[in-house]
Every structure is written in structure tokens, then in C-alpha cells.
Design a protein around this ligand. Structure first.
Ligand SMILES: Nc1ncnc2c1ncn2[C@@H]1O[C@H](COP(=O)(O)OP(=O)(O)OP(=O)(O)O)[C@@H](O)[C@H]1O
Ligand SMILES: [Mg+2]
Length: 330
């Protein structure tokens, strides 16, 4: 398989007045043609920085990156011709233009002939299920429909490589699902459709990606298919504990011998905190449970769970990364 994207020791440093941030730290990745590849990591991990360098919007500090064989610094114009970038939450065009007019505008920027443009716009609006909004001003669209338009805009130019920065940010469960399956189908049916997406939704990475790289503080911590990454955890035990408290400090769990890591998700609506604790052997659980009882915490449920990509992250970093309030995302 030839490589669509290749980076070697890609590093990006941001120098501020008071502090220096290493947004990317020697990232070396190789992504093949027709792969759907996910970069999974918490806020500030370096995901957008990686995408910006590959899409020629930002220069690397050191290291190299090639897209479809072209050097992103020295051959930026060639790279731009074969890629599209779609960012979740961005406003894709002109608010006063209708959906169809916006797509038409971009088709002309991309140099499509009238006949081809018309056909493509019609097809994309049908495939992404937003024909009924064709004549609606973009400014009036909901986030989900705006994002469909955004994706359609990205696909108009028939890119070889599609970069998606948080493609389902803030979308409802059904819309997110629809866009995910559309993107995966696109990659599979195009002769050379490679997708590099970033996300901080574990389930999204798991559902969509052939391979996932877990990134944290600019470093790649692990890379592989979701199944391989999860298989590697099989010797550990993972327990989910639901407690009737949203204020308790669970920091003691981390300090116990045999605990590999844990995450906590608070749900303000139900007043509960769900802990996911990973341990190297079963016995440590009874100790954790007695500590929780000592702290007078009411335990609502205890379940053993199969590993997810979040557990892979916990095993690498010792904490979860969707911590805090339970999200409403898919
Ligand atoms: N233009 C900039 N100037 C200074 N620092 C920056 C700049 N862009 C990004 N950073 C810093 O680089 C790090 C990585 O940021 P980046 O936006 O790549 O993260 P991310 O993984 O996309 O996060 P998020 O999930 O929040 O989108 C962060 O610490 C961020 O503050
Ligand atoms: Mg980002």
C-alpha cells in the first residue's frame, strides 16, 4: 500500500512571551491509501496543529511531512490541489447566500464546469440529506445542517485526502452517526479516498477508524487498529462503579498499589459519578470498595466492563480524558 500521509519527527513549538508549548513532539506516522485514520486525544493534545501542518496552514518547527508524496513545505501548492479540510464548528461560507449558492460559489473556486458542478451539488445534497434546505440561507441553518454543508463543500473538489478536524463536534447523536457512516463509505468507494480525522470522542474513533493514534501533549502514545489496542489490555481488569456523589475526591484510588489508572465522569443531572478503574488483578477491587465505603460513599452499581479506547488511554496516561460532566455527544 502506498502512503498517503507520512510524517517524520514532526515537531511544532509555539513560543509565547512567558511560555513555550511543544504542540507536537517528534510525531512519526504513516497513513496508507484508503485508510480512515483517527487522531484521538484530549483538548490541547496537538491534533489541530498536526492537521494544520499537513494542510499547509502552519509550518513545522522541525521534522518532515509528505502528503501523497509531496512535501508540505516545499510543495505546498501541489498538496493544496489534492486535499480538503473540513473543521467541525467552522462557518463554511457566506451567511446571506443559500446552501445551493454557497456550494455553487465553492464549485467555481475549485474550477468545476457548470454541468459537473450542478450534478455534484445535487448529488451531495441528496446523499447528505439536506436537499430540503437548498434554498435556505446558510445563516439560518442549525449546527448539524451547517456541518453537512461544510462536508459537502469539502467533497466538491474530489479530494484524494480528506482532513476532518472534529467533524461531529456538537452534533446530535443521529446526525453524528449519519456523517460518520457517510465519511467511511466515501473513503471505501473512492479509488484513493484517505481520511485523517481528529476527535476526542472515543466511540467515534472506535466506530470509524481502521487505525487510531492516541496523542497526548504532542506525543503519539500508541497506534494501531482499535481492536489491537483494546486486545493489549486484556490482562487487566476494568470495573465501572457508580456512586451517588458528584463532589467526592477520588484521588486516593490512584495512589493504591495495583491501580493502573481511573477516570471519573460526573453527571450533574443524576447527581452521580461513574468511576472506571483499571487494575492489574481482581483482588485490589475489594480494597477500593472498602475505601469507598469508609468514605461513606453510596455505591449504586458495580459492573465489570470490556475494554474501550478510553481504557487504552487510561492505561497509557493513568487518567481518563472525557472527565468532568457527562457529555451530551454521541
Ligand atoms: N497559535 C498558537 N499559539 C500558541 N499556542 C498554540 C497555538 N495553537 C495551538 N497552541 C497550543 O498548542 C497546543 C496544541 O493545540 P491544538 O490546537 O493542536 O490541540 P488540539 O488537540 O487540537 O485541542 P482541541 O481538542 O482543544 O481542539 C495547545 O497547548 C495550544 O494551546
Ligand atoms: Mg483542535
Amino acid at each position: 500500500m502506498s502512503q498517503s500521509i507520512e510524517t517524520r519527527d514532526l515537531t511544532r513549538i509555539f513560543k509565547g512571551k512567558s511560555e513555550t508549548v511543544k504542540a507536537l513532539n517528534k510525531v512519526s506516522l504513516s497513513i496508507g491509501e484508503k485508510e480512515v485514520f483517527g487522531l484521538l486525544g484530549p483538548n490541547g493534545a496537538g491534533k489541530t496543529t498536526f492537521i494544520k501542518i499537513l494542510t499547509t496552514l502552519l509550518l513545522p518547527t522541525s521534522g518532515e511531512a509528505h502528503v501523497d508524496g509531496f512535501n508540505v513545505v516545499k510543495e505546498a501548492d501541489k498538496v493544496r490541489k489534492i486535499i480538503s479540510l473540513v473543521s467541525g464548528g467552522e462557518t463554511p461560507g457566506y451567511g446571506i447566500l443559500s446552501v445551493r449558492e454557497n456550494l455553487w460559489f465553492f464549485s467555481q473556486l475549485y474550477g468545476l464546469s457548470s454541468a459537473v458542478a450542478k450534478e455534484k451539488i445535487k448529488g451531495l445534497m441528496a446523499d447528505l440529506d439536506f436537499e430540503e434546505y437548498a434554498n435556505t440561507r446558510m445563516a439560518k441553518l442549525s449546527t448539524g445542517y451547517r456541518q453537512r454543508l461544510n462536508l459537502a463543500r469539502g467533497l466538491l473538489s474530489d479530494p484524494k485526502i480528506l482532513f476532518l478536524d472534529e467533524p461531529t463536534l456538537g452534533l446530535d447523536v443521529l446526525t453524528a452517526k449519519k456523517l460518520r457512516s457517510y465519511i467511511v463509505d466515501w473513503a471505501k468507494k473512492e479509488a484513493k479516498g484517505t481520511v485523517l480525522l481528529t476527535t476526542h470522542y472515543m466511540a467515534e474513533a472506535d466506530e470509524m477508524c481502521d487505525r487510531v493514534a492516541i496523542i497526548d501533549q504532542g506525543r503519539i502514545l500508541a497506534c494501531g487498529s482499535p481492536n489491537t489496542l483494546k486486545e493489549n489490555l486484556k490482562e487487566n481488569q476494568i470495573m465501572k462503579v457508580e456512586t451517588a456523589s458528584i463532589q467526592a475526591d477520588f484521588g486516593f484510588i490512584d495512589k493504591m498499589v495495583g491501580v493502573i489508572g481511573y477516570s471519573q465522569t460526573r453527571n450533574i443531572q443524576t447527581g452521580t459519578t461513574t468511576l472506571k478503574i483499571m487494575v492489574s488483578d481482581d483482588e485490589i477491587f475489594s480494597k477500593i470498595m472498602s475505601e469507598l465505603e469508609k468514605a461513606k460513599l453510596k455505591i449504586l452499581a458495580v459492573n465489570k466492563t470490556e475494554p474501550t479506547l478510553e481504557d487504552v488511554y487510561i492505561s497509557l496516561v493513568g487518567r481518563g480524558f472525557e472527565e468532568g460532566e457527562a457529555g451530551t455527544h454521541a
